[in-house]
Design a protein around this ligand. Structure first.
Ligand SMILES: [Zn+2]
Ligand SMILES: [Zn+2]
Length: 173
């Protein structure tokens, strides 16, 4: 959904959408959207001079990724308020006229062309809000590096650490 500068110059826009999985491409084969993405909020041109656009609202979605340790699916529900400022990519302001800094944890995006693509804002916001470390549970034991078994399901017989075979050579003497 594109909001053009021309329409935002007239008035702020509102959105209320439910996007099925596949509508937004996440460019990560390990990451899947497994529920509709619901988002509502507003898009507003803050300054016709700088072209700064503020998008804010709330999004809710359930994402799924692979556990970093055992590769089993991990469900990650998100339900977050967000606020994103975007400035034009082809910014031709003179030196010294810096982009206004907002709250330190507020995302600042760039847009090019005629306006703001809501899909891009939502994708970036979801990627930002997902946990860096994706584990199925805090004490996930992961996969055994020796036999490849999922150690959450069953303990394997492998001993930790490299096997020292000098002793077996001694036994044969
Ligand atoms: Zn795991
Ligand atoms: Zn093992």
């Amino acid at each position: 959904m594109l909001f053009t500068i021309q329409e935002l110059e007239r008035r702020p826009a509102r959105f209320d959408v439910a996007l099925e999985p596949g509508t937004i491409e996440f460019f990560d084969p390990k990451l899947r959207q497994i529920s509709p993405l619901r988002a509502h909020g507003s898009v507003e041109l803050m300054s016709p001079v700088s072209g700064e656009i503020r998008t804010r609202g709330r999004l809710a979605v359930e994402m799924e990724a692979e556990c970093d340790r055992c590769l089993e699916p991990v469900r990650m529900p998100l339900d977050e308020a967000f606020e994103v400022f975007a400035v034009p990519l082809d910014d031709r302001r003179g030196p010294g006229e810096e982009v206004e800094i907002h709250e330190p944890d507020t995302a600042v995006e760039f847009y090019d062309g005629s306006g703001i693509e809501l899909d891009n804002i939502l994708r970036e916001e979801i990627l930002l809000k997902l946990p860096m470390r994706k584990v199925c549970r805090e004490d996930c034991k992961g996969i055994c590096p020796q036999c490849g078994r999922n150690r959450n399901a069953a303990d394997c017989e492998c001993r930790p650490g490299p096997v020292d075979d000098r002793w077996s050579a001694l036994k044969e003497l």
